[in-house]
Design a protein around this ligand. Structure first.
Ligand code: SF4
Length: 482
């Protein structure tokens, strides 16, 4: 059966679609972060259904074809709203999130857990459903996307969703859906895997589950890593059999200046370090220096007062403090309960960060946003918090403007810069290695009943956040010693 999942896979890559049908074991299982996103999507679906009190859910069956007669029975019995309504033809099958009866037919509603309407990604999804329903003889009169509403604030979830009517847009691409289905049938009938090259499509619009399989032999930065490279030039290089940046001929015109500079730096193994400019930036620092980093949780459905969907709520921070004499100390906070972490975290923060001194962060807009949100939530502390915002000093700016190194691989992230400037420090030995994992572990920890396990998870979180700020300290020392 060609399902909606198969269709979306096909529109991203014919090879991924074929592999899912014939070599599913080659797909990587969803990692914990992906599993968390899937759970969030399910939670959003449940909330969306609550908006339709007259709704009837078609019971789950392991073989989804068996849900089709149950759907037909619900329609025949006069159901006005159906969840997971299932329809199939000889080889196509869809389950519709929400189907509501209109005066002349049916309204198809696709629930999305995002806060916006991504036309490129969502319209083909709805078009496929409309196409299959039409093939079964169902009269669709309207199609909508139901997505999370950025204006919603907990605890008032009455406006958690926004509805976007996409009827006209979907009708306009129905011929494309029909053509895609015909092409899918051809591909699925093939006995050999379609010949599709790796490319930027491997990560967009979704990371492909066969990424590790297809990219296993890749051993360097590819032409798909070059920023601002025009698609036509990329295709020209690929057609010439050039996969790696190192193999791009020196006389190949890359057109875009940023693309050319990127390639030149990597191929010539260039470093550009403007010591004078770095010194001038460092001279603006005021001691003591607070090397600071938040970890946050961003639930799709807000759970803390005043928060909107996906609002980053800080649950942890690490702060290394370097005084003018070179003495280094460490302060931290980790919220270990499932309740709102902001008030106790804020009290700790106000205690740990003094009234003077620069607050060094890596990518200041993030910390600035969280401090501003804390100021909104606790206006009595707004003056102190806005003072902290004014004292933020972004270490990332050094690597954006004054320090470039081919070994950064075109990235300025802390994890790219650290191995070059402070190779003794590494995230690789840590259980938690990035912010998304930290969210997963924090949610596990606050729900964990076993004290020993809970403490172990807390230790993993502390180790990760501690390294984030220690990394900034070591990078700072390296910059000072240039
Ligand atoms: S990794 Fe890329 S080339 Fe391979 S199946 Fe996925 S999208 Fe296609």
């Amino acid at each position: 059966m060609l399902t909606k999942t198969a269709y979306l896979s096909f529109t991203q890559c014919a090879q991924a679609f074929w592999l899912a049908a014939y070599r599913p074991h080659l797909a990587a299982p969803p990692d914990p972060a992906m599993q968390r996103r899937l759970r969030a999507g399910q939670d959003v679906d449940v909330r969306a259904r609550e908006r339709f009190p007259d709704g009837r859910t078609i019971p789950y069956r392991p073989h989804p074809e068996e849900m089709a007669p149950l759907t037909a029975a619900a329609i025949a019995a006069g159901a006005t709203t159906i969840f997971q309504a299932t329809f199939h033809t000889a080889d196509l099958l869809v389950k519709v999130d929400i189907l509501t009866r209109t005066k002349t037919g049916w309204h198809l509603i696709e629930v999305k857990s995002s806060t916006g309407y991504k036309a490129d990604e969502y319209l083909p999804d709805v078009a496929f459903q409309w196409y299959v329903l039409a093939q079964t003889g169902l009269n669709i009169t309207q199609a909508s996307l139901m997505h999370l509403n950025n204006d919603c604030r907990y605890p008032d979830l009455s406006n958690l969703f926004a509805l976007a009517d996409v009827t006209a847009d979907v009708q306009a691409i129905l011929p494309q859906a029909a053509a895609d289905v015909a092409a899918m049938r051809q591909v699925v009938a093939q006995t050999a895997v379609p010949d599709v090259s790796i490319g930027r499509h491997c990560l967009k619009p979704q990371p492909c589950p066969f990424y590790a399989h297809c990219w296993q032999s890749v051993d360097g930065l590819t032409i798909y890593d070059v920023p601002h490279l025009k698609p036509a030039l990329e295709q020209q290089l690929a057609a010439a059999g050039i996969r790696y940046i190192r193999d791009i001929p020196p006389d190949f015109a890359l057109a875009d200046k940023r693309a050319a500079a990127f390639v030149q730096q990597l191929t010539r193994q260039e470093m550009t370090i403007d010591c004078d400019a770095i010194r001038r930036e460092l001279d603006t620092l005021v001691y003591p220096l607070y090397f600071f980093d938040f970890e946050t949780i961003d639930p799709a459905i807000p759970t803390f007062t005043g928060c909107k969907p996906y609002q980053h709520t800080p649950f942890q921070y690490s702060c290394h403090i370097l005084d003018a004499d070179g003495n280094l100390s460490h302060r931290e906070y980790l919220h270990t309960g499932a309740d709102d972490p902001r008030r106790p975290l804020l009290h700790s923060l106000l205690e740990h960060i003094g009234e003077t001194g620069s607050i060094i962060v890596y990518y200041a807009p993030f910390e600035k946003g969280r401090l501003a949100e804390l100021a909104d939530a606790f206006p009595e502390h707004a003056p102190r918090l806005s003072g902290m915002v004014d004292r933020l000093w972004d270490q990332l700016n050094i690597f954006r403007k004054h320090y470039r190194h081919y070994r950064f691989g075109g990235s300025n992230s802390l994890k790219s810069v650290l191995p070059v400037l402070a190779p003794a420090l590494s995230y690789q030995r840590l259980d938690v290695q990035n912010g998304e994992q930290a969210q997963v572990v924090w949610e596990q920890m606050v729900g964990e009943a076993d004290t020993a396990v809970k403490e172990q998870l807390a230790a993993q979180l502390r180790a990760y956040c501690h390294l984030d700020t220690l990394a900034m300290v070591e990078i700072h020392r390296t910059l000072v010693n240039l």
